[in-house]
Design a protein around this ligand. Structure first.
Ligand code: GSY
Length: 175
C-alpha cells in the first residue's frame, strides 16, 4: 500500500466475556492481513471498569493505530466482518461482549452517517478509550485537546495498564 494513499485511523477494541485478549489479538491479526490495512501501533492492554451497564465484568481495552487505503465506511465494514468472524453476540446495548471494534478517528475526517460517526461520539469523555490512545498517540487531538490533556481531566484510578507492552497481539508474543 503506497504511504501517500493511506489514512491513519485509530481503532478502539474492547471485550469482557470469553477470552477478550485472544479475540482482540485475532482481530488485529485479521485486520493486518488485509491488503489495504497495516497495523502501525498497538497500546498495552488495559483492565477497565465497565461503563454504561456497570453490573458486568471488567473489560479489557486497547487502541490500535492503522494505516489504510480503505474509506472509513469500508474500514467499518471490515471491522464488522472481523467481529462477526469472532462470533460477537450483540445481545444487550452497553452489555457484555466478546469483542467490540470502534473507529475512533479517521484522519481528520468528520463523518455523520447512519451507523458511522467519526470522531467516535463521547470518546473524549471515556478513560477506557483515552488511556490506551494517549499511550500510542499522546498528541492526537480529540475535541480540541490532546489525548493526554483530556485524559488528565478524567478519573483513572480504577484503570490498570497490564504489563507486556504493545506486542501482545502478535502470534509470537502469544506463544
Ligand atoms: O464502547 C465499547 C464497549 N464498552 C466498554 C468498553 O469497551 N470498556 C469499558 N470499560 N466499558 C464499556 N462499556 C461499553 S458499552
Amino acid at each position: 500500500m503506497p504511504a501517500e494513499a493511506a489514512t491513519r485511523a485509530f481503532l478502539g477494541l474492547g471485550g469482557n466475556i470469553g477470552d477478550p485478549a485472544a479475540a482482540m489479538a485475532a482481530a488485529l491479526r485479521a485486520l493486518d492481513a488485509h491488503d489495504a490495512v497495516s497495523v502501525a501501533a498497538v497500546s498495552s492492554l488495559y483492565r477497565t471498569p465497565p461503563w454504561g451497564v456497570t453490573d458486568q465484568p471488567d473489560f479489557l481495552n486497547a487502541v490500535a493505530a492503522v494505516d489504510t487505503a480503505l474509506t472509513a465506511r469500508h474500514l467499518l465494514d471490515l471491522c464488522l466482518d472481523v467481529e462477526r468472524g469472532l462470533k460477537r453476540i450483540r445481545a444487550q446495548r452497553w452489555g457484555p461482549r466478546i469483542i467490540d471494534i470502534d473507529i475512533l478517528l479517521f484522519g481528520n475526517e468528520r463523518i455523520e452517517e447512519a451507523g458511522l460517526q467519526v470522531p467516535h461520539p463521547r470518546m473524549g469523555e471515556r478513560a477506557f478509550v483515552l488511556a490506551p490512545l494517549a499511550e500510542i498517540a499522546p498528541e492526537v487531538v480529540v475535541d480540541g485537546q490532546t489525548a493526554t490533556q483530556r485524559l488528565g481531566g478524567l478519573e483513572t484510578g480504577d484503570i490498570v495498564r497490564l504489563p507486556g507492552g504493545g506486542d501482545w497481539w502478535k502470534e509470537e508474543a502469544r506463544g
